[in-house]
Design a protein around this ligand. Structure first.
Ligand code: FES
Length: 163
């Protein structure tokens, strides 16, 4: 559900653009919804579309184009492993499989404790550092061999008191 407080945040973003170009705030509005709810539902897309005066499908196209927008609820730690060709050539797919095995889930799934969601993603623009992954859409992790992947997962579990 989108609250009035959320719509006030939308309004602050819309105010950054000319009055006839408020659709330019669509990414900001999607980010606000995701900050508040953790993901972007079809219902939220409809509210944003209505608010910005654009077709709902156009909002959905933005949501589905960018990996950072979650189209379903995700775990506390979203692990996105790059599997594009340059990373593939340097064990990107192996890194994904290693995490699947360590977490006991398949790509696209979330652990039962809600801690980790595992995804694959497109090129992160750091091919020379392959295998590369992104944690929670913010933290880039480079040269992720099996040892570093284990350290990452074990460290996050320890931080949650689950070591
Ligand atoms: S292909 Fe993985 S970062 Fe570019």
């Amino acid at each position: 559900m989108i609250t009035e407080a959320t719509k006030q945040r939308f309004a602050r973003e819309v105010a950054k653009y000319p009055a006839d170009q408020k659709q330019s705030a669509v990414m900001a509005c999607l980010s606000i919804v995701q900050q508040e709810q953790g993901w972007v539902s079809a219902e939220s897309e409809a509210v944003i579309a209505d608010y910005l005066g654009m077709p709902q499908i156009a909002v959905h196209e933005v949501t589905t184009f960018y990996n950072m927008y979650n189209q379903q609820p995700v775990g506390k730690y979203k692990l996105a492993v790059c599997t594009n060709l340059p990373c593939q050539l340097r064990r990107g797919q192996d890194a994904l499989h290693h995490l699947e095995h360590k977490l006991g889930i398949a790509m696209g799934e979330t652990t039962a404790d809600g801690l980790f969601t595992l995804q694959q993603c497109e090129c992160l623009g750091a091919c020379a550092d392959a295998p590369v992954m992104l944690v929670n859409d913010r933290s880039m992790c480079s040269f992720m061999d099996d040892e570093k992947l284990d350290q990452l997962v074990d460290g996050l579990r320890a931080a949650e008191g689950q070591a």
